[in-house]
Write a protein that binds this ligand. Structure first.
Ligand code: FAD
Length: 480
């Protein structure tokens, strides 16, 4: 495909036959409609412009606070479509967003005035039960990965909400209920098919392009667009022992201090999140644990007993449950229905001082829907060397998150202010952060967060995306 030349917006006023757009450097340009029509003809999927009916749904991401309008959206159904879209984006130096599940809380799957390369039509999971491998298309959601694997009695690490994208979650790490047994989702990637910024299709594995294989496992979408992931799978019985156990908020400090100890001796088969939650007004604050024991059922009671005895539960919903059902049990009814603001950081331990700060400062907040949440790490995640993949954070006990949610259309500012001031009380207890939760972080902090892996990531960026086409992520700045 050939493209007409780029024209400076300042020199030529846009005609009706031109489409206003912005470059990665945030310069205004105009795209000739004829070029967009040519792109439309050259892909199997769709190209959507703001006046197309489907545009408004396609541009959305999960966080309703994000309301960006790309100049155009390419909905890709295969690697060939991705190549065309990447060539087009590179030719015009367009600001480029890549959307898989659209869950990124900061809205990095969308952009204002650039091109959104939407992978959501590119879904599919093929399990090879003999080799224990799954090939997963780059726009797939976690629910289909879990379900297809479990139909063969297999699984790999995925996140805890089934409509999260495999793409964003895996490239940035991927923590979930099985990660203490088998490592992060990215630790289980054995190969990827990827379209890099030059539009080339590449395979990356331990044998082919090993620098790229290393970089995509934790380096996010910096190096290209993954059209297909290959995951290692592990045997997992259909039923696990899991669910939520709720306790009164009056026990919050005791429970969090208990939890800190409990996590120390936990077997890898056991996973427990804890949430201290201030729900909408009129509903009691509460503490709940979301647990999953994925080992032999006869050993579950022993692992769960201390938790059940930690205080008198309000409700105990832990039971034998299908793993797939558990993985979608707490999906929201309308995944795009709320605004969200999140601050997060990794903890090395949950100290009594941190517990006091969390509980004391959640207490007086004036809003609806605030929470503090610990996602458990440790186990196999921590047994991998920090430089074995690009994901360097192997030390954390937990990923600690402070979140505020509100109804779509609500005024975000008071919620954001609340979350920021709550975060100030606890931020000093954190050490680095999970790039997949990154929200309003400065470029320099984002670079530092890659710790000792940063320079090697820059080298990979220089090779595979020297012009920084893929910048809407935890961005590695090329040095060439
Ligand atoms: C409700 C909720 C629950 C969550 N639970 C968990 C959890 O249990 N564990 C966990 O680890 N994280 C969790 N997360 C965080 C999650 O990992 C990130 O939000 C992640 O970015 C989601 O991926 P996505 O594909 O849906 O996002 P998108 O918004 O579609 O994309 C996010 C980023 O990934 C890049 N990207 C996506 N797909 C590709 C691809 N195929 N090739 C190249 N780049 C790509 C995009 O360019 C963008 O920078 C959760 C988030 C939410 C909102």
């Amino acid at each position: 495909m050939s493209f007409p030349n780029l024209r400076g917006f300042a020199e030529v006023a846009p005609l009706a036959s031109e489409i206003a757009a912005v470059t990665g450097a945030r310069e205004d340009i105009s795209l000739e409609r004829a070029a967009v029509e040519e792109l439309r003809r050259s892909i199997r999927g769709r190209v959507l412009l703001p006046d197309d009916d489907e545009y408004d749904v396609a541009r959305r991401v999960r966080n309703r606070m994000i309301d960006k309008r790309p100049a155009l959206i390419t909905q890709c159904v295969g690697a060939g479509d991705i190549r065309e879209a990447v060539d087009f984006a590179r030719h015009y130096q367009l600001l480029t967003a890549v959307k898989c599940g659209g869950h990124n809380v900061a809205g990095k799957g969308s952009c204002e005035g650039g091109i959104m390369i939407d992978l959501s039509p590119l879904q599919g999971v093929r399990v090879d039960p003999i080799e224990r491998r799954a090939r997963v298309a780059g726009g797939s959601l976690l629910g289909s990965l879990d379900q297809e694997c479990q139909s063969f009695g297999l699984a790999t690490t995925a996140g805890t909400v089934s409509h999260t994208g495999v793409g964003g979650l895996t490239l940035g790490g991927g923590m979930g209920r099985l990660a203490r047994r088998w490592g992060l989702a990215s630790d289980n990637v054995s190969a990827v098919d990827i379209i890099t910024a030059d539009g080339q299709f590449r395979r990356a594995s331990s044998d082919e392009n090993p620098d790229l294989y290393w970089a995509v496992r934790g380096g996010g979408g910096n190096f290209g667009i993954v059209s297909s992931f290959e995951f290692k799978l592990h045997p997992l019985a259909h039923k696990v022992i899991g669910g939520r156990i709720y306790f009164p908020y009056s026990e919050a400090k005791n429970l969090l201090n208990f939890y800190a100890e409990y996590c120390h001796d936990m077997p890898d088969e056991m996973y427990a999140d804890v949430v201290i939650f201030a729900p909408p007004m009129g509903v009691e604050k509460m503490v709940y644990f979301d647990v999953c024991y994925s080992g032999p059922h006869r050993e579950a009671e022993c692992a769960l007993k201390p938790l059940r005895q930690a205080a008198k539960p309000l409700r105990d919903e832990i039971e034998a449950i299908d793993y797939v059902a558990m993985q979608s049990n707490h999906d929201d009814n309308d995944p795009r229905g709320t605004g969200q603001y999140l601050k997060s950081g990794f903890t090395r331990e949950i100290s009594p001082e941190l517990v006091n700060a969390l509980v004391d400062f959640l207490e007086p907040h004036p809003l609806r829907g605030g929470m503090a949440f610990f996602q458990q790490a440790g186990g196999a995640i921590g047994r991998i060397a920090p430089d074995e993949t690009a994901f360097p954070h192997r030390y954390p006990s937990h990923n600690m998150m402070i979140g505020a949610v509100w109804r779509a259309g609500g005024e975000p500012d008071p919620h954001i202010a609340w979350a920021r001031s709550y975060w100030k009380q606890v931020e000093d207890f954190t050490h680095g952060f999970y790039t997949n939760d990154e929200f309003a972080v400065s470029q320099s902090r984002a670079q530092l967060n890659f710790l000792g892996n940063h320079d090697r990531l820059v080298a990979a960026k220089n090779t595979y995306d020297p012009g920084n086409l893929f910048r809407l992520n935890s961005n590695i700045i090329p040095s060439v």
